[in-house]
Design a protein around this ligand. Structure first.
Ligand code: HEC
Ligand code: HEC
Ligand code: HEC
Ligand code: HEC
Length: 443
């Protein structure tokens, strides 16, 4: 072998080793808890009083041990099955002609830990809803290891514990239910039957889910801890990836002669004709009367990428416009544009997993969001909604990084912006813009 060539090879393999060392986030292939082979032993198996069923946190234990109480009393996931018995669900099931909602696979797949019969342990109960193992993975193999306390977190993961601390894995998990995937999906027909509109942002939803864990010094020793803006960024990239997968999936992207409408901005169609408020949105390049692809994740990603790599940011802006333009052309061009963006979204997951999001990113991202709001880029509800959740993620990260004054001074404006968005059908765009305009950029 030629000497130079050998040198190059050594450098390449060194880079690869380094990369493996650096990218701790989102490593191995993902198999979601519902699709893995492990047996789900049931919430009851986790809820013993000396395990996770204590009434108050245990002093001296590495974990809180009252996780079950928190989940059972405050976490909506413990009610996810019982909502299938309420009048909305009954009406939905009737409208769809699917029998009983709490027996329909399509509903149970997201509202419970709906693993097949042969993967259900003796005390497993479907009525527990989105139980511990729906997120943490079937416990049969890791139960022993983690109770004995001899194994490390990695040992547990090898035995089937799902790594919920890893922001990539967490995004894949939450979004599989909070948007859907190739096995379960809320279509426009399900929405039409009465399902509530769904929205998701990983860092905000992680914060609203009542925490049954504490990120303290011993937690940091055991697990990866991504900060809020990295979590936000990764969540956006994976949400876009899933949306484009649905758009490119022939089983999900059409309904008869129409495209699957759930992939578009609902308010492109669902608004009153009495009040005509169309105005150009620079980022779409579209004229009036065109159904818009829901690009709210793209709007966030443009800001995040431009901050890390301005060239890639400009490219993403261009690719977004190309997707919008192609919706007015033909299907072939549309799917081609979507494929380009899907490739970009996967690259972004890798880029954000590597990037060390620090103080500089906090100020740039906040300023980017404020700046875009001024340019009328968030005039669609879905864009404004993602923007304010993004601003919250950035500000809470600022707070944790010691920029407390900036976070505190913005609080009133953030509350006002959320208030302006509180009525979906009659939201207050002017109020949202004014509120965001009141937030002071961080220098
Ligand atoms: C792809 C996953 C998914 C599927 C499929 C799905 N849902 Fe949901 N559903 C959700 C999520 C996530 C929420 C919470 C949305 C939110 O608040 O952001 C929800 C919310 C609801 C709510 C409102 C709950 C409340 O607390 O007010 C009802 C009712 C409901 N779903 C019923 C159904 C029924 C009936 C079916 C089957 C026809 C179904 N869902 C299918 C994921 C799903
Ligand atoms: C909707 C998803 C979800 C459900 C349901 C859920 N968890 Fe968690 N859990 C998480 C996330 C996210 C974290 C934080 C990231 C991490 O440490 O893995 C976590 C963390 C934990 C931790 C780790 C604390 C530490 O210090 O390492 C324990 C223990 C735990 N959960 C137990 C439970 C138990 C017991 C239940 C059921 C009663 C449950 N969880 C239900 C998502 C969930
Ligand atoms: C197996 C499906 C499933 C998974 C996985 C899942 N969720 Fe949910 N989630 C739901 C359903 C269904 C609801 C609605 C429950 C209800 O309203 O009774 C919900 C509700 C919520 C809510 C309350 C929303 C609201 O409008 O108040 C939050 C917050 C939430 N989930 C966060 C998360 C996070 C964070 C993760 C990932 C760590 C996650 N979820 C994973 C199915 C899931
Ligand atoms: C391309 C236009 C279009 C888009 C985009 C669209 N819808 Fe619809 N939607 C319709 C039409 C058409 C109907 C049927 C109206 C009827 O039955 O009278 C409908 C019906 C509905 C209904 C039932 C309304 C009723 O009065 O019974 C709901 C709820 C709904 N859509 C929610 C949504 C949500 C949520 C989104 C976005 C995720 C969305 N739609 C996106 C056109 C659209």
């Amino acid at each position: 072998m030629n000497n130079n060539f050998r040198k190059i090879l050594t450098v390449i393999s060194m880079i690869t080793i380094l990369e493996i060392f650096l990218i701790k986030i989102g490593n191995a292939q993902t198999i979601l808890p519902q699709n893995a082979d492990d047996i789900h032993i049931g919430v009851t198996s986790c809820a013993g009083s000396t395990c996770h069923g204590a009434t108050t946190p245990w002093a001296g234990s590495t974990v809180l041990q009252n996780e079950y109480m928190t989940w059972e009393q405050y976490d909506p996931h413990s009610k996810a099955y019982s909502v299938l018995l309420n009048s909305t669900s009954k009406k939905m099931a009737e409208n769809l002609g699917i029998g009983k909602a709490h027996e329909a696979k399509i509903c149970l797949d997201c509202h419970a830990d709906n693993v097949p019969q042969n993967k259900r342990g003796r005390v497993f109960q479907i009525s527990d809803g989105v139980g511990c193992e729906a997120c943490h993975g079937g416990g049969q193999r890791w139960l022993g290891i983690h109770v004995s306390g001899v194994g490390t977190h990695e040992d547990n993961v090898k035995a089937g514990l799902y790594p919920t601390e890893d922001p990539v894995k967490r995004a894949e998990l939450c979004i599989s239910c909070h948007f859907g995937d190739e096995t379960k999906f809320v279509t426009h027909r399900i929405m039409g039957a009465g399902h509530p509109r769904m929205s998701f942002e990983l860092d905000t939803f992680t914060a609203i889910q009542p925490a049954h864990y504490e990120i303290d010094s011993d937690y940091r020793k055991r697990k990866i801890v991504a900060n809020g803006i990295q979590t936000w960024a990764i969540g956006q990239a994976i949400a876009l990836e899933r949306r484009l997968e649905a758009l490119l999936d022939p089983k999900r992207n059409r309904d008869g002669i129409f495209p699957e409408l759930v992939l578009y901005d609902c308010q492109a169609c669902h608004h009153s004709l009495m009040e005509q408020k169309w105005q150009p949105r620079p980022g779409t390049g579209l004229g009036p009367g065109v159904v818009r692809f829901d690009d709210s994740n793209l709007l966030m990603l443009q800001i995040i990428v431009s901050n890390i790599d301005p060239k890639k940011g400009a490219l993403l802006v261009q690719q977004t416009k190309a997707l919008h333009k192609s919706t007015t052309e033909n299907e072939a061009q549309y799917y081609a544009a979507a494929k380009v963006l899907k490739k970009t979204s996967s690259e972004l997951v890798a880029l954000f997993s590597r990037h060390k999001f620090g103080k500089k990113d906090v100020s740039r991202l906040l300023n980017g969001l404020i700046d875009r709001a001024k340019k009328a880029e968030f005039s669609d509800y879905v864009g404004a909604e993602q923007a304010i959740m993004g601003i919250s993620a950035v500000l809470s990260t600022a707070d944790r990084m010691g920029m407390k004054a900036a976070a505190k001074s913005a609080q009133k404006a953030v509350d006002k912006a959320f208030l302006a968005l509180s009525k979906y059908d009659n939201w207050d765009y002017a109020g949202f813009k004014t509120a965001v305009g009141m937030i002071k950029p961080i220098q």
